[in-house]
Design a protein around this ligand. Structure first.
Ligand code: MN
Ligand code: MN
Length: 459
């Protein structure tokens, strides 16, 4: 089975050139000008289009059962939305808090994905505590190729890891070449601020941001990176939202050999005024860390452009408004935290970032394909349009105009956080391992052929 993508402008992190792309048996065989198409090849004409590597979202919750509520998502609808948006690989988090150990968490998440996912996927492993039994389980997962761990500094008592456990885990990570990812917010300060606001009668969604202001996130970044430096671990700050936390991360650049920072499309394109909308509508935009000030957006774009931010994800985690967000009516602390975004990420980033003159298309490829692949051990297989890589390709129409809307989104959720946003530039054809999954912007692929990627190449 071969696929031939003719005459598009192939974009990598280093540059671009007009070339044909020949894919055979699910892999890219050759990239170059004026290649010959095999007689049996499926031909895709890409003149006037950009040809991107399939984008990778390093931070997605396709399946997330929380204590009182489960995200309105599964691997089928999440990966379908991802593909429609040009994302061909998602990285989810195995473990949400109720599983008794790593083996159980790994089993639950791999079972959820198998047969449902339409694009390839990898897992980071959630860690809440550290002991000898968990260490033995983790050693087995590492031997199979696991490369990344996720901890929460926030959310006591269910998820947050103790400082001592965090340090021991980081020592293990350093010895085993694992990346430690952290949700950085101070777990003790948030409930104190929440209770103070509620006691003052401040119960609406607009009080979510003041209950976890930038300093709460900056403190988390400081503590996480202090521990990582002491343990000499690879550190990855997830979903950084604001200038204050970014400045804190900058202070550690000469103290850590491997420091990675991730931001999310919502922090670049939305601000806290959305969560201040009246009549509880603001609940649609509640997530943590919260949406910030307009001025934070510009700081994040600048850092994305100059290299201080390495990756761009979504933290995709949709909740319905009427059924789920309203659990927090009268008490903002009970609003389920999360937004959809896996379908919209690249269209928003291309429009606001590339068309907006803030980053180049090459930089977009770095932060949304190359860097996630390199940091998490998928490079060589994912992240580039180059010989030997999986044939995960996005033919991108830079002139396509779309208006984002709940009415046209693929997810069965009752709102879209980007309702009414006009974008220019959208995926036309999307392939996974040489199979066309999206054509003319429509999902045409089979459900369930996504594969589990073990980041270190294990089995
Ligand atoms: Mn988080
Ligand atoms: Mn998350």
């Amino acid at each position: 089975m071969s696929l031939f993508i003719r005459g598009g402008e192939v974009v990598s992190g280093q540059g671009r050139s007009v070339a044909d792309v020949l894919c055979v048996d699910g892999r890219i065989r050759r990239v170059g000008p004026a290649l010959e198409a095999p007689a049996d090849a499926t031909i895709i004409e890409a003149a006037g289009k950009l040809v991107f590597p399939g984008f990778i979202d390093p931070h997605v919750h396709a399946y997330l059962p929380l204590v009182n509520v489960t995200a309105h998502s599964d691997f089928a609808n999440c990966t379908r939305a991802a593909l429609l948006g040009g994302t061909t690989c998602i990285m989810d988090f195995a473990g949400a808090g109720r599983e008794k150990d790593f083996d159980e968490a790994w089993g639950v998440w791999t079972a959820q994905a198998a047969g449902r996912a339409s694009c390839d996927y990898a897992f980071h492993l959630m860690v809440r505590e550290w002991n000898a039994g968990l260490r033995a389980q983790l050693e087995r997962l590492v031997a199979r190729g696991l490369k990344s761990l996720k901890i929460y500094l926030a959310y006591k008592p269910s998820l947050a890891i103790r400082d001592e456990d965090m340090f021991r885990l980081m020592e293990f990570a350093a010895a085993n070449d694992l990346v430690v990812m952290a949700h950085c917010e101070n777990a003790e300060l948030i409930p104190v601020l929440q209770q103070r606001l509620l006691a003052e009668g401040k119960t609406g969604p607009e009080w979510h941001e003041p209950s976890r202001p930038p300093m709460v996130e900056a403190e988390g970044v400081c503590r996480f990176l202090t521990f990582a430096a002491a343990a000499r671990a690879k550190a990855y700050v997830v979903h950084l939202s604001c200038a204050e936390a970014l400045s804190m991360a900058d202070r550690f650049r000469d103290k850590l050999e491997h420091l990675y920072v991730e931001t999310m499309i919502q922090y670049l394109t939305l601000d806290k005024s959305y969560a201040e909308r009246p009549d509880f509508e603001g609940a649609k935009w509640i997530l943590s860390p919260p949406l910030r000030a307009k001025s934070d957006q510009e700081a994040l774009w600048q850092a994305l452009a100059d290299g201080r931010i390495d990756t761009l994800g979504t933290d995709h985690c949709p909740f319905g408004f009427a059924e789920q967000k309203t659990l927090g009516r009268g008490d903002f602390t009970k609003i389920p935290n999360g937004l959809a975004g896996v379908e919209e990420r690249m269209m928003l980033a291309y429009s606001a970032g590339v068309n907006g003159g803030r980053i180049t298309a090459e930089r977009l490829v770095q932060v949304a394909a190359e860097n996630p692949a390199k940091i998490f051990g998928l490079w060589g297989r994912k992240g580039a349009v180059a010989a030997g890589f999986d044939a995960d390709v996005v033919v991108w129409d830079p002139a396509a105009r779309r208006t984002i809307s709940q009415r046209t989104q693929s997810l069965d959720v009752d709102y879209n956080p980007y309702e009414g946003f006009e974008v220019v530039g959208a995926p036309d054809v999307v392939t996974v391992r040489g199979e066309v999954m999206v054509r003319d912007g429509e999902f045409v692929g089979p459900t369930g052929r996504g594969q589990l990627l073990l980041q270190g190449g294990g089995s």
